[in-house]
Design a protein around this ligand. Sequence first.
Ligand code: PMP
Length: 369
Amino acid sequence: MTQRPYNFSAGPAAMPEEVLQQAAAEMLDWHGSGLGVMEMSHRGKEFMSIAAQAEADLRELLAVPANFRILFMQGGGLAENAIVPLNLSRGGTVDFVVTGSWSQKSAKEARKYATANVIASSEADGHTTLPAPASWKLSANAQYVHICSNETIHGVEFHELPDLKSLGCDAPLVIDFSSHVASRPVDWSRVGLAFGGAQKNLGPAGVTLVVVREDLLGRALPICPSAFEYKTVADNASMYNTPPTYGIYMAGLVFQWLKRQREGDLTGIAAMEARNVAKARLLYDFIDQSAFYVNKVAENCRSRMNIPFFLRDESRNDVFLAGARERGLLQLKGHKSVGGMRASIYNAMPLAGVQALVSYMRDFEKEQA
Ligand code: PMP
């Protein structure tokens, strides 16, 4: 096969090519069972083994402690914006740190079920900074504190999760890690619940990952739909209703691919993180030294996964995008709410893809000078 183009889509996003090839090879007959994975009963031994392996591999990769449950759900990040307050708010007060579009949406949705306080916001500077945790106006009685640990549209990432205990707050921290899950380790000692759609770093759209501390199960409001009650989902090993079987299988292949990754002495997520740091540095360093391109996010919170950038002369945007497509660099147009360009460089994007992008950006700048 000739080389595929590099896909910089924010999600659904590029998958590791090895995974796509394996799925293609197993499409008609999984491991001699005579069945394709899409055709299997979720209660049969074949699929049960696929799901159990995926969960075990994810637990190992992300070093998820034994007192956390791993759930494979449906509805994506936006459904979790309702499912989390339905399960954890007790109809009381919940705190939100608004650092971009996704946390903004989460706060708005939670208002249907709870009193949602915005305790800090970077709206005034166009979401280019992160409000320091020491400045957050934490509510005394919050049932949880919500952050989006990587804002996919604004390109803002928490490089360290807040330590709520050190701020005198006992409420659990909820993180929306949709767009950087599995790109770096998670400090579970600071987290009560993490959720994320699969379609950026884990697999195809349709699977939502929820990792929840056991003591937070069993608090759902009576109006919570049964299929979205974390305790029900956990008690039934994510098989209360028919789970997104093919998506779980594909995510499982991605987890096995992640476990095979090596970078020097590092393996798995640590290897991915080293590679992600190198990829992001290459692109940010190039943008920062250029008088032609600009990234507006403060250096201490620049995302490793989603890098928005602007041409200083925006009248050249269309020419830039057309030239990029010709060089096999796809989906670089920025989100409509921010404009400009955005390069999403998730785990499946190799360093060579970022090198190709930088090389194109350099040539384009010269050509237009
Ligand atoms: N949260 C974040 C951080 C996201 O990037 C997205 C999707 N881009 C969502 C939530 C919404 O996810 P979904 O479309 O799967 O509901």
